[in-house]
Write a protein that binds this ligand. Structure first.
Ligand code: GAR
Length: 210
């Protein structure tokens, strides 16, 4: 069984999808701990409801990003994870934290990368009159939202869509593709080599900015 540590800042619906997939036996892994930078993140309750350790590491208690990330790295390490899963963790990571978990840290980002790195992705896709939008799961590198993409899912943008309706469509896809990628990683079929994602010894066509 692979050991997963999941980092969140909010609702944790992706966390829930991963917990459920582990419990159903679809992913050969267990979520050892959930860490949030916000004490009121609902995902912490989801963790507790499943008997999973729920830890709060409040960034406001630290003087600098560097100090926070050192503490975060130590807390993550204390659970000896095989994989660190960012699931709506809304903080930029320092290069040394990224380096520490290189090749074993995954992120989900609500856009078709390399489009719309950063925030407000749904509104930006609407403002650009895009006809398709979507979500990407990628390995985390020092490039913000720029690491090699593993899987993307598209959703159509239709008349009347708002940032809220798009977010709902994207979430539905997220709950399918994130457990799938975590499953591949847990089965040791997925690695990062030279800034490329490799699945079953096939180099995936990286969309990530490099
Ligand atoms: C997800 O839509 C995820 O793609 C996004 O936050 C949401 C978390 O939802 N992540 C980012 O924007 C990262 N920059 P959840 O808490 O319900 O899983």
């Amino acid at each position: 069984h692979a050991r997963l540590v999941v980092l969140i800042s909010g609702s944790g619906s992706n966390l829930q999808a991963i917990i459920d997939a582990c419990a159903a036996g679809n992913i050969p892994a267990e979520v050892c701990a959930v860490i949030s930078n916000k004490a009121d993140a609902y995902g912490l309750e989801r963790a507790r409801n499943s008997g999973i350790r729920a830890e709060v590491l409040d960034h406001k208690a630290f003087a600098s990003r560097d100090e926070y990330d050192v503490a975060l790295g130590e807390l993550i390490d204390s659970f000896s994870p095989d994989c660190v899963v960012l699931a709506g963790f809304m903080r930029i990571l320092t290069p040394s934290l990224v380096q520490k978990f290189k090749g074993k840290m995954l992120n989900i980002h609500p856009s078709l990368l390399p489009k719309y790195q950063g925030l407000n992705t749904h509104q930006r896709a609407l403002d650009a009159n895009d006809k398709v939008h979507g979500v990407s799961v990628h390995f985390v590198t020092e490039e913000l939202d720029g690491g090699p993409v593993i899987v993307q899912a598209q959703v159509p943008i239709e008349n009347g869509d708002t940032a809220q309706t798009l977010a709902q469509k994207v979430h539905a896809q997220e709950h399918i593709i994130y457990p799938l990628v975590v499953k591949w990683f847990s089965e040791q079929r997925l690695t990062m080599e030279d800034n490329y994602a490799v699945l079953d010894n096939n180099t995936l066509p990286s969309q990530g900015a490099d």
